[in-house]
Ligand binder design. Structure first.
Ligand code: S3P
Length: 173
């Protein structure tokens, strides 16, 4: 089984991947880290030196490679991963893949992302919380088309990390 976590930046994909992989004794893979390792530099530098289109190409290639070569994994994707290069269709076509959308509200995402926006090139230019919230609401609306195609969709605002993990585990059996 290959559990692929999708959702907006700040939705908790990496943290949930850590706990879920431990609960299932699966390998945890973070796609952003796979990209950083393959390029030998942080995401922010890839964006600033080579641009977003280059990043999306690497992201698509490496996602396909991970899915083709690894099993028994929990994969945390980047927030944009399923929204480019037909990758949501690709994920849905893979028999061992279960896609899980961690659906957090724009209000909660804004709060979380305000503190960490500098490490995220997509939002690092936004100055105030009001600007960030406006951006997140619009962007989330556009991306929801892809996210909502996940096999399992969880609204996570009212759930603890443990509850999110427990719900995913329960849905698998
Ligand atoms: C992105 C999200 C980031 C990272 C890159 C682009 C996006 O991942 O892949 O900065 O387009 O939403 P996280 O969702 O892990 O922050």
């Amino acid at each position: 089984m290959q559990i692929v976590l999708i959702g907006y930046m700040g939705s908790g994909k990496s943290t949930v991947a850590k706990h879920l992989s431990a609960a299932l004794s699966y390998e945890k893979i973070d796609l952003d880290s796979v990209i950083e390792d393959s390029e030998g530099k942080p995401i922010t530098d890839i964006f600033s030196e080579s641009g977003e289109i280059y990043f999306r190409k690497r992201e698509g290639l490496l996602l396909r490679e991970v899915i083709k070569t690894k099993n028994n994994i929990v994969l945390a994707t980047g927030g944009g991963t399923p929204c480019y290069g037909n990758l949501m269709e690709f994920l849905k076509s893979q028999t061992d893949v279960i896609t899980v959308y961690l659906n957090a509200s724009a209000a909660l995402l804004t709060k979380r992302l305000m503190a960490e926006k500098d490490a995220r090139p997509i939002i690092s230019h936004l100055k105030s919380e009001v600007q960030l919230n406006e951006f997140v609401r619009k962007h989330l609306f556009e991306r929801a088309f892809y996210y909502n195609q996940a096999q399992l969709r969880l609204s996570t605002d009212a759930l603890s990390e443990e509850e999110v993990v427990a719900k995913i585990v329960a849905s698998l059996y």
